[in-house]
Design a protein around this ligand. Sequence first.
Ligand SMILES: Nc1ncnc2c1ncn2[C@@H]1O[C@H](COP(=O)(O)OP(=O)(O)O)[C@@H](O)[C@H]1O
Ligand SMILES: [Mg+2]
Length: 265
Amino acid sequence: MNILEIEHCTVCYKNGTPAVSDVTFAVREREIVSIVGESGSGKTTLIRAILGLLPPGGRVTAGKIVFNGTDLVTADDRTLRDIRGRSIAMIFQDVGSSLDPIRRVGAQYREAVCVHEDLTKKGFLAKAHDMLTRMHLSDPDRVMDAYPFELSGGMKQRVGIAMGMTTAPRLLLADEPTSALDVTIQAQVVSQMKELRDRYGASMILVTHNMGVASYLSDRIGVMKNSRMVEFGTRDDIILRPRDPYTVSLLEAVPKLGGKMYAGN
Ligand SMILES: Nc1ncnc2c1ncn2[C@@H]1O[C@H](COP(=O)(O)OP(=O)(O)O)[C@@H](O)[C@H]1O
Ligand SMILES: [Mg+2]
C-alpha cells in the first residue's frame, strides 16, 4: 500500500526553468526511499514540495502529490498544517542551526513535540531522553539544559534529528541530515533512522549524497539528474543492475560499494 504518490510533478522557481521535471514515484508503508544525485539536480526542491515548504518563488506547476488520499498540492493551509509534524515530519539539512541559540534546548524540544502530541512533562522527558540517547548524545540532561550555542554543530544536528523523530511521524522527510556529521556518528544516526522504521513502521524519504548510506538504508532508490528522475528501482536494481549511465557513474565514484557497506546490510 502506498502512503505517498508523486505523479508527474513539476516544480518551478521564478525564472521558469523547472527545478523538478515530471517526476513520478511512490513510497509504500514502512518503506525507506533514498533520493540520490548531483548537487543542483532538484532533490531538495522535490522533498520540500511535498510539504508545501518551498522557498519563496517556488511552486508546483503540474502534477499531484497524494499523501494518504489527500492531494497536498491543492490542499488548503489548514490541512497542510495539520499534516505537517503530525503525519509528515521534515528534517532539514541544517536543522541544528534552526535552533534558537539563546533558548534552552529542553524548552524548544518540548515546544516542538507538544504542538503535535499531548504529553505530560514526565512523558515528554522520557521520550526526549530516549531519543537523545539513541542519537548518541551521552548526557541527555546536560543537552536539555544547554543553550544551543554551548553545543557543537554535530550535537545540534543530532538534537534536531531527535526532535524530528520524536513525534513518530508516518512519513519522515530528511534532506542530507547526516552530511555534516563525522563518519562514525553518521553511521550511528543512520542506523537509528532505520530503527525508527522498524519500531514505528514509519516511511521515509532520505535525500543523500552518499551512495553507501543509500545502499545501506533503502528499500528503493531514485536517481536524479538535471531535474529529472532518471532511474527509480529497488536497492538491488539500482546498486547491482543500474540501467542509466548516470547511475553507473555515481556508483563508480564510490570505491567501497559492493564491499563492506552493501554486504553489511
Ligand atoms: N530558492 C530558489 N530560488 C531559485 N532557484 C532555486 C532555489 N532553490 C533551488 N533553486 C534551483 O533549483 C535547482 C535544484 O536545486 P535543489 O533542489 O537545491 O537541488 P539539490 O538539492 O539536488 O542540490 C537548481 O538549479 C537551483 O539553482
Ligand atoms: Mg539539496
